[in-house]
Design a protein around this ligand. Structure first.
Ligand code: 13P
Length: 281
């Protein structure tokens, strides 16, 4: 069932586990993620960045692909189709009109007042259509979709102000995580994470899940994180497997064999992620 993230994330918040947000790039990745999560009987959020949306042809193409796969593969778990880091109201509206069940409006590059204004407009449009909304406070740095930016941490006050003035359904407070691989040990502000969770009734989101050691992921979940975004990690395990396959099979030219040689690596990693997050149905 294609759904918004409200029920799955509120269950996760109450049950103290996290739901995986896994970024998709093409039909094959979407199929692998759906098949594996369905086998494990856990809900999943399919994250689509603007770059990935453009790559796959657009939001309508993606909605059609996901719905078609769910039907043909008999997928029975709750699946949320979510825009990752929507940079404008227009992008979010396009995705919602195409059938996305959830959006992240990332207006975190603006001052708080402007972030609130843009986020509120998206919430109004989305909620009228049963679509959930995630927003960002502070700024999560690192490299995402080939764009590199520096980080600013969120404060409790700013998180409360944005929540109270917009009615968002989940919040990604920037607290030291970054997109892409970490240089050295990730330095997450667990204290503030816990305080924000105690003061906000909505689920919290951790971006930059790749490369955070297992004990820190568990600690983040215990501090109230209910959704963890993973992108680079799956790209990395898939490309390693494909590179090895190509090195060992120099005569193969069938794209199905080449792309598919990364299938097992993705599926194995998803099982490890779901186990680590403690994700439940
Ligand atoms: P990583 O690429 O570091 O896993 O981050 C993914 C992410 O936060 C997507 O929003």
């Amino acid at each position: 069932m294609l759904v918004n993230f409200n029920k799955m994330l509120m269950n996760a918040k109450r049950g103290k586990y996290a739901v995986p947000h896994l970024n998709i790039n093409n039909l094959e990745w979407t199929k692998y993620i759906l098949e594996k999560c369905n086998e494990l009987e856990v809900p999943v959020i399919l994250g689509v960045s603007e770059g990935a949306a453009k790559y796959m042809g657009g939001f309508n193409a993606i909605t059609g692909m996901v719905k078609g796969l769910m039907q043909d593969l008999n997928i029975t778990i709750p699946v949320c189709l979510h825009v990752d880091h929507g940079s404008s109201k227009e992008t979010c509206i396009k995705a919602i009109d195409a059938g996305f069940t959830s959006v992240m409006i990332d207006a975190s590059r603006h001052e708080l007042e402007e972030n609130i204004k843009i986020t509120k407009e998206v919430v109004e449009y989305a909620h009228e259509r049963g679509v959930s909304v995630e927003a960002e406070v502070g700024h999560i740095g690192g490299t995402e979709d080939n764009i590199t930016s520096s980080a600013t941490n969120a404060t409790l006050e700013d998180c409360l102000t944005l929540y109270e003035n917009t009615g968002i359904d989940s919040l990604a407070p920037a607290l030291g995580s970054v997109h892409g691989f970490y240089k050295g040990e990730p330095n997450l502000d667990f204290e503030t994470m816990k305080t924000i969770n105690e003061n906000l009734p909505i689920p919290l989101v951790l971006h930059g899940g790749t490369g955070i050691p297992d004990d820190k992921i568990k600690k983040a979940i215990s501090c109230g994180i209910s959704k963890i975004n993973i992108n680079t990690d799956l790209q990395s395990v898939w490309s390693k497997a494909v590179r090895k396959f190509l090195d060992e099979n120099k005569d193969v030219y069938d794209p199905r064999k080449i792309i598919g040689s990364g299938e097992q690596a993705i599926k194995t990693r998803i099982e490890e992620i779901v186990t680590l997050f403690g994700t439940k149905r």
